[in-house]
Write a protein that binds this ligand. Sequence first.
Ligand code: HEC
Length: 96
Amino acid sequence: MSQSQSGFTKQMARNIFYGGTVFFALLFVALVFHTEQQIPQRSNAQAITPAVVAGKKIWETRNCIGCHTLLGEGAYFAPELGNVYKRRGGDFIKAG
Ligand code: HEC
C-alpha cells in the first residue's frame, strides 16, 4: 500500500505538528502576557503594610501552618485562620 492511498501523508502530519506547535506557543505567550498584566491588580501590593509583613513572618517562622489552614492551605488540626477576623472580631485577634 502506497502512502497516497492512506489519505494521511507525512506532509499532513508535519503540518499539524508545526501548526499546532506555533499555535500553542503563541497561545502560551499570550497567556503569559495576560497574566503579567493582571498581577498589579491582583496582588494588592498597596495594602501590604509593615504589620502585614510582620504577620507573614510570624506565620512562616512559627509553624502556624502545621496546625492551621490559611484559605484552605495547611493542616486540618486547628481552625481556618483566613476568616478568623470576621468570625472572632478585632479584639479577639489583638496581641497583648
Ligand atoms: C500545635 C498546633 C498549633 C499551632 C502550631 C498553632 N495553633 Fe493556633 N490554634 C490551635 C488550636 C488547636 C486552636 C483551637 C483552640 C480552641 O478552639 O480551643 C487554635 C486557635 C487559634 C486561633 C483562634 C481561631 C478561632 O477561630 O478560634 C488563632 C487566631 C490562632 N490559633 C492563631 C495561631 C497562629 C497565628 C499561630 C502561629 C503563630 C498558631 N495559631 C499556631 C493549634 C495551633
